[in-house]
Design a binder for this molecule. Structure first.
Ligand code: ZN
Length: 330
């Protein structure tokens, strides 16, 4: 069976310290890998996620200090949505307010409560109470956040989010001008199914094991966005293994899409292509994962470089901005 779902979402940030502090200390995610952009080793690549960075929980950033802001618009993932447990919105409203983040309540999108706000670089984020996550009192053994090492819980505890914490993605929004071909790609190749629609928003769902991923496709006649600071760079979908990835690649090529060869990203293997409305899509394998070069309790602590850059470590470390991993605890 195809493992359909979101693997990770990558966005562009400005200042790396501000990005790190916001996602770890305010949102309570764990920094699971600190490395460089493999295509531009003079800049960081941060991976945040659950305890071990399980596929489906990974939010990543390329921090480009001093770069210009992007423009949110058509042909982009215009909102990154994280799933939070039922009844946790009051907790998050308070927490964001405490951290001087203005959050707006979005009532009733497909019946779920949600908050919408922007990160320090202008990236639009949503926290959505997910019907597939039981509230804390009911417990859960099926969510990646809990099923993994204690790292995420320890980290969340440090930052005071505990049981209200983010459990991976909810339904990110893809804004596109002509939804049909993108929707066909999602359902015919990437293994998603249409589930429900409301006004101009159509929801698609994929599952891999017991991890469910939703995606909202919104038809947008607005201007095209410009990818830079504060916008999503790409969204990655899951492939269970290299064989599944190659099968998917064949199908994409057959459809006339221009797909890259398989690229080794150290923690997964990737292919990239522009979907018909211009959003950069990636398909990433579940393995080998973030534990190949660090133990679960040390994830994110050290700057990790792929073997090709190890010989340049001293120079790379001199070039990268200095950051502090734990500069305050709530
Ligand atoms: Zn990626």
């Amino acid at each position: 069976m195809l493992s359909a779902g979101i693997h990770h979402i990558t966005a562009i940030a400005g200042d790396p310290q501000q990005n790190l502090s916001f996602y770890s200390e305010v949102l309570g995610l764990r920094l699971v890998k600190r490395t460089v952009n493999f295509d531009d080793p003079g800049s960081y690549h941060f991976y945040f996620g659950d305890g071990i960075g399980s596929p489906g929980t990974i939010m990543t950033f390329f921090p480009w200090p001093g770069a210009r802001r992007g423009v949110r618009g058509s042909g982009q993932v215009t909102a990154v949505a994280f799933a939070v447990p039922r009844d946790s919105i009051p907790f998050w409203k308070h927490r964001l307010w405490e951290n001087q983040v203005n959050a707006e309540e979005i009532a009733g999108r497909f019946g779920g409560n949600a908050l919408r706000f922007i990160d320090p670089d202008g990236l639009l984020l949503e926290l959505i109470e997910s019907s597939v996550i039981p509230s804390e009192a009911e417990g859960s053994h099926s969510q990646p956040f809990r099923a993994t090492s204690s790292g995420s819980l320890d980290d969340a505890r440090d930052h005071g989010v505990m049981g209200d914490g983010i459990r991976g993605f909810a339904a990110p929004t893809l804004a596109i001008g002509r939804p049909e071909r993108t929707e066909n790609l999602l359902t015919e190749i990437l293994g998603f199914e249409f589930v429900v629609e409301e006004q101009n928003r159509r929801r698609f769902r994929g599952s891999a094991g017991n991890v469910v991923s939703d995606i909202d496709v919104v038809s947008s006649r607005g201007d095209f966005g410009k990818v830079a600071v504060g916008t999503v760079h790409h969204i990655a979908f899951r492939a269970a293994d290299d064989d599944e990835q190659l099968r998917l690649r064949e199908q994409l090529v057959t459809r006339g899409l221009n797909v890259t060869p398989v690229i080794d990203r150290q923690y997964f293997h990737s292919i990239y292509f522009r979907e018909p409305n211009g959003i950069l899509f990636e398909i990433a394998t579940d393995g080998p994962g973030f534990l190949i070069d660090e133990s679960a309790d040390q994830l994110g602590e050290a700057l990790k470089l792929p073997p090709i850059y190890e010989s340049n470590r001293a120079e790379i470390e001199r070039t990268l901005p200095v950051i502090h991993l734990h500069h305050s605890t709530a």
